[in-house]
Design a binder for this molecule. Structure first.
Ligand code: G3H
Ligand code: 13P
Ligand code: ZN
Length: 312
């Protein structure tokens, strides 16, 4: 199956009370690990590429890796999405260059500027058969080298969502309900709690409209412990409890973004591998278990958090 937009995926996810995983891809092993898991579990999947990923791996390489994955797994729908596009030009480049979905993230701009830029991207994207994710509210954490302190983060104002979605024409909306980018989402000792009341109020005002959660890695403690055991230093890395993500997936949330957990899975695996095989130097030897660690982590998310196994 050729790569697809997220339209059908989200319709089915909304109606079925589950969410589709959107996993960030930066190299071949990550694409393979994610799609092997999705393929075996018959799950729809979104592979997303950040501005940083394009700078690292090159647009063309990433598009061709994703197309190769779609050829290898013709039975599952795979979407190729731009994560956190920050300008019209970047979104246009990805629309022209084979992506099926783009995010324009103008959430740091004043409300009217966010609307104007999002509207411009939507018009171009829709003319080219591509769908658009927009964002309202500000998440804490680090994304594309921009860091937002927890006290500067702002929950989405539900009273704005209807006006925003109507005037921009966006196809899905990322909202801020307490998730956060990166591996250090909360201070140790604090109790993470998503604002389900904000999510509920947004979906009440936008019935049937797909909501997106960014910053949704759960930062599994077994990875953090393994990293620290084998020479790493990541004290106090904490993520979103998986039960809360599972609950969000049964509500209006149709897309859940996961990047940090991929990084942690690979890093934990590679650190352990080198500690146990100090004389090895063939990248295939240490990237093979790292790819398997990505696959296992993604399989767990698909079954236990997203609930999208068997939904392809
Ligand atoms: O939300 C940001 C994603 O985790 C992408 O991160 O810009 O380091 O590729 P990156
Ligand atoms: P995490 O840092 O929680 O994995 O979030 C990823 C993300 O939102 C990508 O856009
Ligand atoms: Zn994000």
């Amino acid at each position: 199956m050729p790569i697809v937009t997220t339209t059908e995926m989200f319709k089915k996810a909304y109606a079925g009370g589950y969410a589709v995983g959107a996993f960030n891809v930066n190299n071949m092993e990550i694409v393979q690990g994610i799609t092997e898991a999705a393929g075996e579990l018959k799950a729809p999947v979104i592979l997303q590429v950040s501005k940083g990923a394009r700078a690292y791996a090159n647009h063309n390489y990433l598009v061709h890796l994703v197309r190769a994955a779609a050829e290898n797994y013709p039975d599952i729908p795979i979407a190729l999405h731009l994560d956190h596009g920050d300008s019209f030009e970047l979104c246009k480049d990805c629309i022209d260059g084979g992506f099926t979905s783009v995010m324009i993230d103008a959430s740091s701009k004043p409300y009217e500027e966010n609307i104007a830029l999002t509207r411009r991207v939507v018009e171009y994207a829709h003319d080219h058969g591509v769908v658009v994710e927009a964002e309202l509210g500000t998440l804490a954490g680090v994304e594309d080298e921009v860091s937002v302190d927890a006290d500067k983060a702002m929950y989405t104002h539900p009273e704005e969502v209807e006006d925003f979605a109507t005037r921009t024409g966006c196809d899905s909306l990322a909202i801020a309900i307490g998730t956060s980018h990166g591996a250090y989402k909360f201070k140790p000792g604090t109790k993470p709690q998503l604002r389900f009341d904000v999510l509920e109020e947004c979906s009440r005002r936008l019935p049937g409209f797909p909501i997106v959660l960014h910053g949704a890695s759960s930062v599994p403690q077994q990875f953090v412990e393994q990293i620290n055991q084998y020479g790493g230093n990541m004290p106090g890395a904490i993520g979103i409890p998986e039960e809360q993500l599972r609950q969000a997936a049964t509500m209006a949330v149709c897309k859940i973004n996961i990047d940090s957990d991929i990084r942690l899975a690979m890093t934990a695996s590679i650190r352990k591998y080198f500690a146990e095989h100090p004389d090895h130097f063939d990248p295939r030897q240490y990237l093979k278990p790292a790819r398997q660690a990505v696959k296992d982590m993604v399989a767990h998310k698909i079954v236990d958090v997203l609930g999208c196994d068997g939904k392809a």
